[in-house]
Ligand binder design. Structure first.
Ligand SMILES: [Zn+2]
Length: 449
């Protein structure tokens, strides 16, 4: 135990894992239930405050999203699709996109968004130092458009909430995909710095060029580390840590939002990096070491047994607890076969990022950050009120020891059988980098599908 122990609040809504994108869709909300049960079986709930989060209202969502888009999401369902054909094209939703209309879609967005907002409110009140919502982190959603399996951008909404209290918020994104929706929302402001490390080139969403650094007042405040396949723990750390040091030095954020997309792990169904849990979790540990109020979110992650491993491990990192490598018995124990171990071994394959390419990215980013004049400040006459008084409910009775429902089994793809192969990544690419230099490409898996 360290002397400067941080108070951690955990937000979860037991229904969030029951939603189902469709049989061949790689996004499985069931992974949130699996992560939760792993966290419970390791006993981590005893070391943090656990809350059942509230479902976000449409009013909360329109703090960022357009009213017609949220109105559409709240009305469309698999039975009335035909009434909404025009809107579906306009909002990039439906069977020809990567964002299907499934049963309970709007409720799903309410649940993951409400948990991120609750975390932000709790941090703003100083009631905790770290807030965690593994169901959040849907970084591709745009103001009036769904994208990359994301419909409502809970991250942008949580950052807007944090900006009511904090002059500057840092967003960090370690998902294998570029955090385009968050970057775009804050591209022209110096009050939010976005730092995304991602695979770039021939990969969804196509944005995140190193020269996309922001515009107008936000020039220099978008930080992009474009990388290629095979990133190892060591290589990742050699970019992450020096850039973080410089960011904390020049930007001095009052709060941090950390998106922990687990598709940057080795063996991900859609990703192509080669990180272990320790390498991925080191970013969490390092971010936490700055002792700034932090909202920790999930994100991508398509080999669901590894997603659960990752977020349970990162919960332990936030709590300064060592976990035994043996997976404790829990409702989803069979998913962790054949080894039933927590940690992952990276694959023996080449890191396509060369020493020279990594040095070049690091040097370019440090140079970009050096040119910032220093931390900007804003005058805040009055702190605006919270969205709503939070309905906090102790989670003591929540989902502990419950049995697996048929829906959960189905959502899990039959004990992880659908974890392999990337033939059904249906993600489409509709975006360009801000300066048009980014490649407009699709993930190669989509071409196979
Ligand atoms: Zn991703």
């Amino acid at each position: 135990m360290t002397a400067s122990k941080q108070r951690v609040s955990y937000f979860y809504q037991p229904d969030v894992g029951h939603f189902y994108y469709g049989p061949s869709h790689p996004m499985k909300p069931h992974r949130i239930t699996m992560a939760h049960h792993l966290i419970l079986s390791y006993g981590l709930y005893r070391k943090m405050e656990c809350y059942r989060s509230h479902p976000a209202s449409s009013q909360e969502m329109t703090a960022f999203h357009s009213e017609d888009y949220i109105n559409f999401l709240s009305k469309v369902n698999p039975d009335n699709l035909r009434l909404h054909t025009n809107h579906m094209q306009r909002f990039n939703v439906g069977e020809y996109t990567d964002c299907p209309v499934f049963d309970g879609l709007y409720e799903f967005t309410q649940l993951y968004t409400g948990a991120s907002l609750d975390g932000a409110v709790k941090l703003n009140r100083g009631d905790c130092d770290v807030a965690v919502n593994w169901s959040g982190g849907l970084h591709h959603a745009k103001k009036s458009e769904a994208s990359g399996f994301c419909y409502v951008n809970d991250i942008v909404l949580a950052i807007l909430e944090l900006l009511k209290v904090h002059a500057r918020v840092l967003y960090i994104d370690i998902d294998v995909h570029h955090g385009d929706g968050v970057e775009e929302a804050f591209y022209c402001t110096d009050r939010v710095m976005t730092f995304s490390l991602h695979k770039y080139g021939d990969f969804f969403p196509g944005t995140g060029h190193i020269k996309d650094t922001g515009a107008r007042e936000g020039t220099g405040y978008s930080v992009n580390a474009p990388l290629t396949s095979g990133m190892t723990d060591d290589a990742y750390e050699r970019i992450f840590k020096p850039v973080m040091d410089r960011i904390m030095d020049v930007f001095r954020p009052g709060a941090i939002v950390l998106q922990c997309g687990a598709d940057s792990l080795t063996g991900d169904r859609l990703g192509c990096f080669n990180l272990s849990l320790r390498g991925h979790g080191e970013c969490v540990r390092y971010t936490k070491s700055f002792n700034v109020p932090t909202l920790v979110l999930g994100g991508g992650g398509y080999t669901i047994r590894n997603v659960a491993r990752c977020w349970a491990y990162e919960t332990s990192v936030l709590l300064d607890v060592e976990l035994p490598d043996e997976i404790p018995y829990n409702d989803y124990f069979e998913y962790y076969a054949p080894d039933f171990k927590l940690h992952l071994t990276p694959e023996t394959r080449e890191n396509m990022n060369t020493e020279a390419s990594l040095d070049s990215v690091r040097v370019d980013l440090l140079t970009q950050l050096m040119s910032l004049r220093g931390a900007p400040s804003v005058q805040m006459a009055e702190i605006p009120p919270d969205f709503e008084v939070m309905k906090e409910e102790a989670m003591s009775d929540m989902e502990r020891g419950s049995t697996t429902t048929r829906d959960e089994q189905r959502a899990g793809g039959g004990m992880g059988m659908n974890d392999g192969g990337s033939g059904d990544d249906k993600r489409t690419d509709r975006s360009l980098t801000k300066d048009g230099r980014g490649e407009r490409r699709e993930h190669e898996a989509e071409l196979a599908g």
